[in-house]
Design a protein around this ligand. Structure first.
Ligand SMILES: [Zn+2]
Length: 392
């Protein structure tokens, strides 16, 4: 099966390229924000829905206006792609996956997407529209041989680093089928606890760099507003943030690949992380662990490599249920790590017991054939006898 896969590299633009990219980013941001305003007004002021095609038409008109002629100074494809990105943001909002789209800020991450004829790829060099020279890309790994990139996204992060993400379609071979399955409980003390008793550390990247970050932030706060030195200090803060994010992503990728390679069926609890993050005490710790990104990686890697991935609805009482006899406790406070079942007397490690329940429920779902659509899986906690049967 052919899959779309993005390869991301760092690149080092020349002064001229920096200049062109800065203008392109600016125009993309302007068009995105302008279209967001158009769509919002269309709905709230005039009660009508404006979609991608409508905004594209209006953009053509806008570019013809004299006071917006500067929009023609950059390649036109990235501007259209900004409208597409906005369309996706709206779709995510309407389908309940995201909040209402917000305006892009000048000082946030910048991005521009090139598709079709807006970039040239000769198998070695990649040149963007309106540029004479190819980008100086640091090829940290090679692209699949003979691939034809369908889109490239250029981005600049707050630490002033430039990245290129190249989208290619490639054949990803399924891994040989193995007879092993695992349930994962996602925790705070350890990021992942598996049903076979392994724990994978929560390497608290943030905590490690916290001191450095605090120092950089203090320095930044002391600098005079709008001064050059303040901007430099801000960049330093952003660099530390970027380093933390890089390390976290790296760790998550290694772990998700390992888990998918070693198991045929992987079951996790679906998380309503966003709701949990509203609990301020846990907020820092949770966003530090980055569960939702981890689950996302497991999901697409399972698809790539022919594994079964099952998400269990959160209301399944995985922690409070005794894995051995099915007894469900009335309550189990967060700070209790070990408990003894009043029904059958078995001693439980809170997290491992939860992971075992998640696996059992996930296997039951997979056996019922309900797990065809990942993410839309519902289990009935009342069906515990069947879950136990599935385990044996
Ligand atoms: Zn029990």
């Amino acid at each position: 099966m052919k899959q779309k896969r993005a390869y991301k590299y760092r690149f080092y633009p020349t002064d001229g390229q920096v200049h062109i990219l800065a203008r392109t980013f600016g125009c993309c941001r302007y068009v995105y924000n302008w279209a967001l305003r158009q769509r919002t007004d269309a709905f709230f002021k005039h009660g009508e829905r404006l979609y991608y095609a409508g905004t594209a038409e209006r953009l053509t008109t806008l570019k013809k206006q004299e006071d917006h002629a500067w929009l023609n100074e950059v390649a036109s494809v990235p501007l259209q792609q900004s409208l597409r990105h906005l369309d996706t943001a709206f779709r995510n909002f309407f389908e309940g996956r995201a909040e209402y789209p917000t305006y892009h800020k000048k000082h946030g991450q910048q991005a521009a997407t090139y598709v079709g004829t807006a970039f040239k790829w000769d198998g070695k060099h990649l040149t963007l529209a309106r540029m004479d020279t190819p980008l100086d890309i640091h090829w940290s790994r090679s692209l699949p041989k003979g691939c034809k990139p369908s889109a490239v996204t250029i981005s600049k992060d707050r630490a002033n680093r430039y990245f290129i993400s190249i989208l290619v379609e490639e054949e990803i071979k399924h891994l040989p089928v193995i007879n092993k399955q695992v349930g994962l409980d996602l925790g705070l003390k350890s990021m992942v606890i598996t049903s076979d008793g392994h724990t994978y550390g929560n390497p608290k990247f943030f905590a490690k760099d916290e001191k450095n970050l605090a120092k950089a932030q203090r320095r930044h706060a002391k600098k005079k507003k709008r001064s050059k030195n303040r901007r430099k200090a801000q960049c330093k803060v952003a660099r530390i943030h970027a380093r933390i994010a890089d390390r976290r992503r790296d760790y998550q990728h290694k772990l998700s690949t390992e888990i998918i390679r070693e198991n045929q069926i992987v079951c996790v609890e679906s998380l309503h992380v966003k709701n949990m993050v509203k609990n301020h005490k846990l907020a820092q710790a949770i966003s530090d662990v980055g569960w939702s990104e981890f689950v996302r990686q497991l999901e697409y890697k399972a698809k790539w490599y022919g594994r079964t991935f099952v998400k269990i609805d959160k209301w399944y009482p995985s922690s409070k249920r005794c894995f051995d006899c099915g007894h469900v406790l009335d309550s189990l406070p967060l700070d209790i790590r070990f408990w003894t079942c009043p029904e059958c007397g078995v001693q439980h490690d809170r997290d491992i017991n939860a992971a075992c329940n998640i696996l059992a429920a996930g296997l039951a779902v997979a056996a019922c054939g309900e797990a065809v659509r990942p993410g839309a899986v519902k289990t009935n906690p009342g069906r515990s006898p069947r879950s136990r049967k599935a385990r044996s």
